[in-house]
Design a protein around this ligand. Structure first.
Ligand code: PMM
Length: 291
């Protein structure tokens, strides 16, 4: 999943694709580089961010989605709002990526149920301006807590009429998580796979990588985290992850190609809902495809 943030203020790439033309061109590039899905977002979720107006968010994402979907791309909308999810699906999006897992605006679930979109439900505890206050995972620890909270979301999502087969789960790296929480979750993805749904992981350019690589000048800057991310991608191959949400699609595909050549990757089980996946025969993901 290639990221196209149509925002002035995302921590990783804010302001770089904040016109329709720039965002569409970037989406085309990511698709050509091997992205199976393009994730279009109009709200920055960096810690401390304030929310855009609904109208602003709609203006940012809808024209980009319409254009890329018309070209045949599988498009995902990164939104927590039902109005935006509905407009995005009407414009051609087939995936709703909701970082709040339906907690911020439960009516998102009605839109997903009514349209049959694929739904990514991320682990989330609070909006960006308050999420730093919610990093206490108590005696159970982060892995058991995230698993329990995602399981509760899965129940609420299916109770709202969304077919379980359409739901993808995500541990929500960096969202109400300290760096050590992200590493613990990455080391224990099996526990989340035990919920029986495909997993999406979004580690690309996140601050826990910057902290890992910190030196005397402080955390590594956003644009210096890609090599560590590619290393993580290669190590995650074969660990059952169905989808990686990334900024640098080429580096990610290269890392996956290395893992495939070494035979250390296998198709994820469960996999990404198949009709919402574009396949690129020139970007091998499994040993068989790679030989
Ligand atoms: N991270 C961000 C935004 N959207 N969606 C999902 N499903 N998972 C994530 O980890 C995630 C997300 C924040 O990162 P960005 O500002 O680089 O887009």
């Amino acid at each position: 999943m290639g990221i196209v943030n149509v925002t002035p203020d995302s921590f990783s790439d804010g302001g770089r694709w904040d016109t329709t033309e720039a965002a569409v061109a970037h989406g085309r590039l990511l698709r050509a580089q091997g992205a199976d899905v393009l994730d279009i977002g109009g709200e920055s979720t960096r810690p401390g961010a304030t929310r855009p107006l609904v109208a602003e968010e709609l203006d940012r994402v809808v024209p980009v989605i319409r254009e890329l979907a018309a070209e045949g791309a599988v498009v995902s909308v990164d939104t927590m709002r039902s109005e935006v999810a509905a407009a995005a699906v009407a414009a051609g999006a087939r995936v709703v990526n909701d970082v709040s897992g339906g907690l911020a605006d439960p009516r998102v679930l009605d839109v997903v149920a009514d349209t049959g979109a694929t739904y990514v439900a991320m682990h989330w505890r609070a909006h960006a301006d308050r999420m730093r206050d919610f990093t206490d995972y108590g005696p159970d620890g982060v892995v058991a807590s995230v698993r329990r909270e995602l399981e509760a979301r899965l129940e609420a999502i299916t109770a709202a009429g969304v077919a379980a087969e359409r739901v993808v789960l995500d541990p929500g790296l960096g969202f109400a998580k300290e760096p050590r929480h992200n590493w613990e979750l990455l080391a224990s993805l099996d526990a989340l796979l035990g919920l029986g749904r495909p997993l999406l992981v979004g580690a690309s350019r996140k601050s826990f990588l910057g902290q890992l690589l910190a030196d005397d000048d402080g955390p590594r800057a956003v644009d210096g985290r890609e090599h560590a991310h590619a290393g993580l991608v290669a190590l995650l191959a074969g660990r059952g992850v169905a989808c990686l949400r990334v900024h640098d699609v080429r580096a990610t595909c290269d890392a996956l190609a290395v893992a495939a050549a070494l035979g250390t990757t296998e198709p994820a089980t469960p996999g990404w809902p198949s009709h919402d996946r574009e396949t690129h025969p020139d970007h091998p993901r499994t040993p068989e495809e790679g030989q």
